[in-house]
Ligand binder design. Structure first.
Ligand code: ATR
Length: 264
């Protein structure tokens, strides 16, 4: 039976196996998708197993999206430009790294009732998924991208990768049309210590986190009269693009798949 894995550390929270196994069954594909917690020293071995066809494909999550790159033969243009890989596949005996977070985010935004073109975007955080979000926003022709991260250096490093962004100190709130929480704050119901009371309404509060489905950040945005959206669709879409790359079939996203991501 064909084997697929999502690798990361931590990995326990990952809902990718649930979703991929559901789609495998729905499409009558004889394969299994599992999660594997690994350390950086294990990367080379597990990726070589794809080359040896012991594993058919790998999804990569925090903190290895960049670290896998030296072990691959080739990157898709999007993976190359973001230096971020979340999907590995063997194509004509060549190990290729793809980035499906970009189309995941893009499709999720397009599904919303929010015209993003020409808008001012404020991103909190500078972790693994942020290069993909910046890349996608830039392609969607936003007018400005401002980044703030607790550890300023990480945001400054992003600035050298993406000249178009502006970096501001943690704690400051600029004028924006859309704010994205790309930090891990909220996963355990923590609250960001920001006072959003002056930001006004009719903004979009977007959280990359989908579990819990409504973080305190989203609750606060909503309370102030803003649109709020969690990362569920982004997660679904990135998974569906990986699935299509591996299996050649576009899996269905519907009420049943959305239900799979609800709290156990
Ligand atoms: P990684 O940084 O390994 O890629 P991540 O989950 O993608 O991991 O990113 C975590 C993000 O949440 C980072 O931007 C992190 O800020 P630092 O770079 O300063 O660590 C942010 N984060 C995590 N805990 C935070 C906290 N208590 N306050 C503010 N930001 C926090």
């Amino acid at each position: 039976m064909k084997k697929y894995f999502v690798i990361g550390n931590p990995i326990n929270h990952s809902l990718s196996p649930k979703l991929h196994n559901y789609w495998l069954k729905e499409n009558n594909i004889d394969a299994i998708y599992d999660k594997k917690k690994i350390d950086a020293k294990d990367l080379q071995t597990i990726i070589s197993e794809v080359k040896e066809k012991k594993i058919e494909g790998i999804n990569v999550t925090v903190p290895f999206k960049k670290a896998v790159i030296p072990f691959l033969d080739k990157l898709s243009p999007e993976a190359e430009q973001t230096q971020s890989v979340n999907t590995i596949i063997l194509t004509n005996n060549i190990l290729v790294g793809h980035n499906t977070d970009i189309s995941g985010f893009t499709r999720a935004i397009k599904d919303l009732n929010f015209n993003i073109e020409g808008k001012k975007i404020f991103i909190l955080g500078a972790g693994g998924v942020v290069p993909s979000i910046i890349f996608a926003l830039n392609k969607m022709n936003v007018s400005e991208i401002i980044i703030s991260n607790r550890t300023r250096q990480k945001a400054d490093d992003l600035k050298s990768q993406f000249k178009i962004i502006n970096v501001i100190d943690w704690g400051n709130i600029p004028k924006f049309d859309m704010i994205i929480n790309a930090t891990s704050l909220g996963l355990n119901n923590e609250t960001l210590n920001f006072n959003f009371s002056e930001v006004g309404d009719n903004k979009l509060f977007y959280d990359v986190i989908y579990n819990p489905s409504e973080t305190n950040f989203l609750k606060e945005g909503k309370k102030l009269g803003n649109q709020s959206e969690n990362g569920k669709l982004m997660f679904m879409y990135q998974a569906s693009v990986s699935f299509k790359l591996w299996h050649g079939v576009e899996p269905k996203i519907n009420i049943n798949t959305l239900k799979l991501l609800e709290n156990d």
